[in-house]
Design a binder for this molecule. Structure first.
Ligand SMILES: Nc1nc2c(ncn2[C@@H]2O[C@H](COP(=O)(O)OP(=O)(O)OP(=O)(O)O)[C@@H](O)[C@H]2O)c(=O)[nH]1
Ligand SMILES: [Mg+2]
Length: 475
């Protein structure tokens, strides 16, 4: 058994983010049989404070030998089973930053605790029946949520909204299995099986599974967000676009081509979807060593992005350099951003010429069409709404809206659901082919196992290792 699953000993970790000189409070969490003894060794509560469960004590954390005060703190005691792990848990609420929490953690480790593995508190909560696996995964999602919608979906999972339908589907399969097995054991005493009814019951289960599977893509989008790269030749206004969009002056803007040398990043939320926007160096041939590296990074950013905003300068129209960059990114999801449209406003002749060009631009090459074209004047903060609408149209083409999601499965859950669906379809085939009853149960059991894996009723050590190693230490 791996160390993670040993589930023994008293564990301790810093439960809050560890950032030097920041955070007014930092929490050291201890769970296990020795938690309360450790608290009694390290913590002194002056006056007549009572050491009872679910109370906060005020006092001092001291080095037990020298009695030197390490921090002035609060102590929260939660006796088993009324705690997150269902074990005895104590939390030292220390001063923030890093020194206090690290020293208090060190004292816990010297006095009977060992350092917790990533996710070990949550693993104990799972092993002790406090949470199922979907809830445990939702905790990691909630901590990692990058938008309010992502947090909402994670919270729904934490409240069991995902586990509930899965359990029901599994119970339905178990009922069917019991019915078949009864026929295997007592064939003579029971009326024959209504095969048609069983097939239609399985149809119901697979229809529900299909519905759940449909939430996967959006779920992934909410969890990981969308990576959007602004790409184009120098000086078209890429950095200005990032700044206008993020309402900041994150990126340096000058009228000199070749200003941006490195990838500049900004986090945004559009329609509930977390978006990481990357401003990149203008792509061109250059002898400048630094710029060359920047251009290489732009290309890499473009190929790693989910969506590329190919940006051009409206006053210059579609140039050969734009065409070259387009050739490099045309296989990606693409929006053409025509920036600096304000420069055309007072020049009707140029406007007509560029509009004609734009129309051609949308039909670049023979068969390639850039479906999404957006006009902006980044320097004047214009056109950002249109850009966001275009992004959402691409993202949500044919899919539910992020804001409407109340649950979303992850990849692991999707894989198990897919396995269950295939097994169930196999059961139906077996019935139609009139194979012996024993055969029906094999695939049905496979489906039941797969559904049980999602919530953790059936689970292997390697699955647990994979899930909980994603967590941070202290969770
Ligand atoms: N008139 C007008 N000027 C703009 C607009 N957007 C950007 N500019 C100007 O164009 C110049 C270049 O802008 P940047 O945002 O630095 O362009 P860039 O594409 O990031 O350039 P590099 O980093 O060199 O690749 C600056 O002088 C901006 O003020 C716009 O919408 N209208
Ligand atoms: Mg720039």
């Amino acid at each position: 058994m791996s160390e993670l699953l040993a589930n023994t000993g008293t564990i301790a970790a810093i439960a809050t983010a560890v950032v030097p000189q920041q955070g007014s409070v930092g929490i050291v969490r201890v769970s296990g049989d020795h938690a309360i003894a450790i608290a009694q060794t390290l913590f002194s509560a002056p006056g007549k404070q009572v050491w009872s469960s679910h109370r906060i004590l005020y006092g001092y954390i001291r080095q037990p030998q020298t009695k030197q005060v390490v921090d002035e703190a609060l102590l929260l005691i939660m006796k088993a089973p009324r705690s997150f792990t269902r074990e005895d848990v104590v939390e030292f609420h220390c001063h923030g930053g890093i020194m206090a929490v690290q020293q208090v953690l060190q004292l816990c480790l010297e006095n009977g605790a060992r350092l917790a593995q990533p996710g070990e508190f949550t693993l104990r909560a799972f092993l002790n029946g406090r949470l199922d696996l979907t809830q445990a995964e939702s905790i990691a999602d909630l901590v990692g949520a990058k938008s309010p919608q992502a947090a909402q979906t994670a919270l729904a999972g934490l409240q069991g909204k995902l586990a509930h339908p899965i359990r029901q589907l599994r119970a339905q399969c178990l009922d069917i299995l019991a019915e078949i097995e009864a026929r295997i054991d007592f064939e003579e005493d029971l009326p024959p099986l209504d095969e048609q009814r069983i097939i239609s019951e399985i149809d119901q289960v697979t229809a529900e599974i299909t519905k759940l599977l449909a939430t996967k893509d959006q779920g992934e989008l909410l969890r990981t967000g969308l990576k959007v790269a602004i790409v184009g030749r120098p000086n078209v206004g890429k950095s200005s676009l990032l700044n206008a969009w993020s309402q900041s002056d994150r990126a340096i803007v000058t009228d000199l081509p070749g200003t941006t040398r490195d990838v500049v990043e900004s986090q945004l939320v559009v329609g509930g979807i977390p978006i990481q926007v990357l401003d990149t160096a203008g792509i061109r041939e250059t002898a400048d060593q630094v710029e060359k590296i920047g251009v290489e990074r732009s290309r890499r950013a473009a190929s790693a992005a989910d969506l590329v905003l190919l940006t051009i300068d409206a006053s210059a129209g579609w140039t050969e350099a734009d065409q070259e960059i387009y050739e490099q990114v045309k296989h990606r999801s693409l929006i053409l951003v025509i920036n600096k449209v304000d420069l055309l406003e007072n020049n009707q002749e140029l406007w007509n010429k560029r509009t004609a060009e734009t129309q051609r631009t949308q039909r670049i090459g023979d068969d390639q069409i850039i479906k999404q074209v957006v006009k902006t004047a980044a320097a004047k903060n214009q056109g950002i709404d249109g850009l966001e609408t275009a992004i959402l149209e691409i993202v949500q083409a044919g899919k539910v809206q992020a804001a409407d999601m109340d649950l979303a499965i992850n990849q692991r859950q999707a894989a198990a659901l897919t396995k269950a669906k295939i097994d169930l379809e196999q059961v139906q085939k077996t019935i139609i082919e009139q194979l012996p009853l024993d055969f029906w149960t094999i695939d049905l059991r496979g489906a039941i196992y797969a559904l049980g894996e999602i919530t953790g009723e059936e689970v292997t050590e390697s699955v647990l290792d994979r899930i909980f190693s994603r967590f941070c230490i202290g969770k």
